[in-house]
Design a protein around this ligand. Sequence first.
Ligand code: ADP
Length: 446
Amino acid sequence: MFEKVLIANRGEVALRIHRACREMGIRTVAVHSEADANAMHVRLADEAVCIGPAKSADSYLNKPAIITAAHITGADAIHPGFGFLSENADFAEMVEKHGIAFIGPTSAQMRLMGDKITARKAAIEAGLPVTPGSPALDTIEDAIDWAEKIGYPVIIKAKDGGGGKGMKIAFNKDELNQAYTMARAEAKAAFTSDVVYMEKYLQNPRHIEMQILADKYGNVVHLGERDCSIQRNNQKVIEECPSPALNDAERKKIGEIVRKAVEKIGYTSAGTLEFLYENGEFYFMEMNTRLQVEHPITEAITGIDLVREQIRIASGAALGYTQDDITFNGHAIECRINAEDPSNFAPCPGKIVEWHAPGGLGVRVDSEIYSGYTIPPYYDSMIAKLIIHGKTRNSALMRLRRALEECIIMGVKTTIPLHQEIISQAEYIDGQYNIHWLENFMEKNK
Ligand code: ADP
């Protein structure tokens, strides 16, 4: 087992990793920017190294600085968290070459699954259902031909896409021209490569993803699904598991398809396969080769510590359990609490003058904030995750309502009022929502 893990991240996920390490008797090294000298992840870690100025490009994305910090402190492994360098295959390769363990998949696996076009191909070969789609589209004529074949509406997506960027929808040939040109330009600006491809655009799907764990010996388990359909700008806002849309038989069926596919792909570590789900059918979209923000809801219903498992797998341990050992207990919901003005989603950094975290049975709060902490303006605006576990969906909802009421954050605006509004809507309470529900709801209530 590792003796010292460097955590190449900040915020609540850095704390999350620190906590798993501590429980395993592993020492931790925090890295931080100049703007984060007072951050909680720095305070709690055994050692801390400043790796550069506030701007992420100079600090949290500064690969040589992070690897140097690992060498100086004698860390034998690096956990990348999510965001920042977590899906950067070049970084993973650099870490491997320096004889440090990367807590995640291999750089080759990341390359294969991180590129949406090669990932689609691997998914098809591994037996996953995918959205009807095209290979890379070199010209607008290619795009027109493929759109005819697939049938409108279609969505143009960037090969290296992420964060909803570089995606454009076309409902007919006239719109396609512009969508194709804009998607390429946006992809070029955001990801350097302007390679795009096309998928059938599903009009009212849910976003349902499957969590998997795979060790280095070919053992793979799935930990069920998460429904992440409550989204704004393709960003998840509330997630829950199990999905209100699936029954046990459907869960078992897609779970087994996913488990076998991951076995075939030969992936190791924790990973998430994202699907769209419409009219009882699943369509593979992409794989996230890292821990996800919403991982705690899966932890709540399976009792499995996903970060601990990532660390064990990276150190060469076998899973030690099979699919039959996995059981799902109750229902879990996560709210992402952002320091944002809930009326227009403008980031709202600043000083937290008072913070009272909710508690009690079935309530977990993952957050880096404390009273007197100043949220820096340079990074993501998520400041806390509220994770609720209950015996049933209804009891989880009642508990969530109570916990949101109890949560006090003074000094900055937060999205707590938005969460309260969403979970009091009849459609949300009935589990009747798809990926457009939140935006439609907000449009109606403007
Ligand atoms: P990114 O990597 O940028 O997050 P994804 O491929 O995960 O992009 O897609 C993000 C979101 O875009 C999905 O959750 C869904 O809301 C929407 N989307 C993507 N592909 C399709 C599609 N074929 N049909 C309908 N919506 C889609």
